[in-house]
Write a protein that binds this ligand. Structure first.
Ligand SMILES: NC(=O)c1ccc[n+]([C@@H]2O[C@H](COP(=O)([O-])OP(=O)(O)OC[C@H]3O[C@@H](n4cnc5c(N)ncnc54)[C@H](OP(=O)(O)O)[C@@H]3O)[C@@H](O)[C@H]2O)c1
Length: 110
């Protein structure tokens, strides 16, 4: 990504994916998932509206990370996740605009 280009990079979650969701019943988890689905929907609209201004909008999932949210058994250390995200961010271009990816650049289904 060119340093001169504005970008809105949203930290979403694959838990917000409607296509891959499990049948979760716990309200706090459901609320979290709904908030990420809402973020994705909002940012897809924003992506369209700022396209003319050449502003890049992307949704990224950091993976399952050992933080307060992810817990100690998560598969990724914070450093691994952040390094992957930074590497990916450096490759972002028009082809990523308005889309949803995990930390390695694989598309996450809506
Ligand atoms: N960890 C994962 O496995 C994982 C997976 C997918 C997506 N994500 C996303 O990654 C992002 C970072 O999360 P994390 O894993 O780094 O979690 P984290 O360590 O628990 O950090 C969450 C941060 O959000 C802040 N926060 C929580 N509720 C807030 C509120 N109501 N108003 C303002 N700030 C609030 C917390 O502030 P305090 O420290 O002051 O409480 C904390 O700085 C989040 O968007 C999360 O959804 C994480």
């Amino acid at each position: 990504m060119s340093c001169s280009r504005a970008a809105v990079i949203n930290i979403s979650s694959s838990l917000g994916s409607l296509e891959t969701t499990s049948t979760e019943t716990k309200i706090p988890v459901l609320s979290y998932k709904a908030s990420k689905a809402a973020l994705n929907m909002l940012m897809r609209g924003v992506a369209t509206s700022v396209e003319k201004d050449h502003i890049l909008v992307v949704m990224l999932c950091p993976g399952w990370v050992q933080t307060n949210i992810g817990g100690p058994h998560a598969s990724l250390h914070v450093t691994e996740s952040v390094e992957s995200l930074i590497k990916l961010m450096a490759t972002l271009s028009n082809s990523h605009h308005g889309r949803f990816f995990n930390q390695t650049g694989v598309v996450v289904p809506w």
